[in-house]
Design a protein. Structure first.
Length: 318
């Protein structure tokens, strides 16, 4: 079988790791399975393209070269790139002849602008959730996923998640053994536990505009108390129905999910620093019982409360 041509699309002010991470993963997979991939970088103008860090990457121009997989980087330059009609047209045309198309971080904006994600599941960096939903309501955004596959279209969360995405693409092509060997060489987990919520500061910020920041601070101080929609809406001086809608638009999650995130964050802090039992932590942060907290912590971090505590103690001992 001939090498699979992989094209990574970049643009001015792209995020360097969005491109370099997947490129490194494919390169290492090629060492374990020689002849599997042929890598190239493309941009609207051939030559050195400056990333947001100032470091440059050399790119070929946009053309009709054979392609198996298109990977679109993200970064600060994504929004100006959305205005480049020729680039968006090229992405649309190239996706039509590629076996699969993928995006890293805010590269999902470019796929969405090209109409490739309409009616499909996708993800992007957690901080872009509310903005992405406003711009592209036809996309089924899954904000807590590290990466999403919907048919021939793949998307990943922010920056380093491009490596998770590349490992999944490698496993799809060459099998789990090569993907595991690649991850070992990169010194990263083959499958990262949990979702984006474990890294997200979205709840701390109060959303894109900070509209609900004071409400969440108020809730954070009362985690042991009932914090249903009616009580939160009353504190926000809104009707429950209007509050729930406005909250989802602003935060990209329901009020119940936001409260769960607050409780999970508080639980992790207590598990890692306090001598309380798991049951005492669950009561203190409002989960009520240890099993309910265990399920929430497992969803957020991919491991149970006892594992978080053991990891923290091991780190402290070291």
């Amino acid at each position: 079988m001939p090498p699979r041509p992989i094209t990574v699309l970049i643009f001015h002010d792209f995020q360097l790791l969005d491109a370099a991470g997947p490129i490194a993963a494919f390169e290492i997979a090629e060492r374990h399975a020689p002849g599997s991939y042929r890598l190239r970088v493309a941009a609207a103008q051939a030559g050195a393209v400056a990333s947001s860090s100032g470091a440059t990457m050399n790119a070929e121009g946009l053309d009709g070269a054979p392609i198996d997989t298109l990977v679109v980087a993200g970064g600060d330059g994504t929004r100006p790139a959305l205005m480049e009609a020729a680039l968006i047209d090229w992405v649309r045309e190239t996706a039509g002849r590629a076996r699969r198309t993928a995006s890293v971080c805010s590269g999902a904006y470019i796929l969405a602008q090209a109409g490739l994600l309409d009616g499909r599941g996708a993800t992007t960096h957690w901080s872009r959730t509310a903005d992405f939903r406003r711009r592209f309501p036809g996309v089924r955004l899954e904000p807590d996923r590290i990466y999403v596959r919907d048919g021939a279209f793949w998307s990943s969360a922010g920056i380093t998640a491009g490596i998770d995405l590349a490992l999944a693409l490698i496993a799809d092509d060459l099998g789990e053994a090569v993907a595991r060997a690649t991850a070992q060489q990169l010194v990263v987990p083959r499958r990262r536990p949990g979702g984006q919520s474990q890294f997200s500061a979205l709840v701390d910020m109060g959303g894109a505009s900070g509209r609900f920041a004071s409400l969440l601070d108020w809730a954070r101080a009362r985690l042991s108390e009932p914090l249903g929609v009616e009580r939160l809406a009353g504190q926000a001086a809104m009707s429950p129905r209007n509050f729930a809608r406005a909250f989802v638009r602003e935060m990209g999650m329901t009020p119940a999910k936001a409260v769960e995130h607050l409780r999970v964050e508080a639980a992790r802090a207590r598990l890692e620093t306090e001598a309380e039992t798991v049951e005492q932590v669950a009561a203190a942060v409002g989960f009520g019982d240890a099993e309910r907290m265990r399920r929430a912590v497992l969803r957020a971090f991919g491991q149970p409360p006892q594992a978080l505590r053991r990891a923290a103690r091991s780190t402290a001992a070291e």
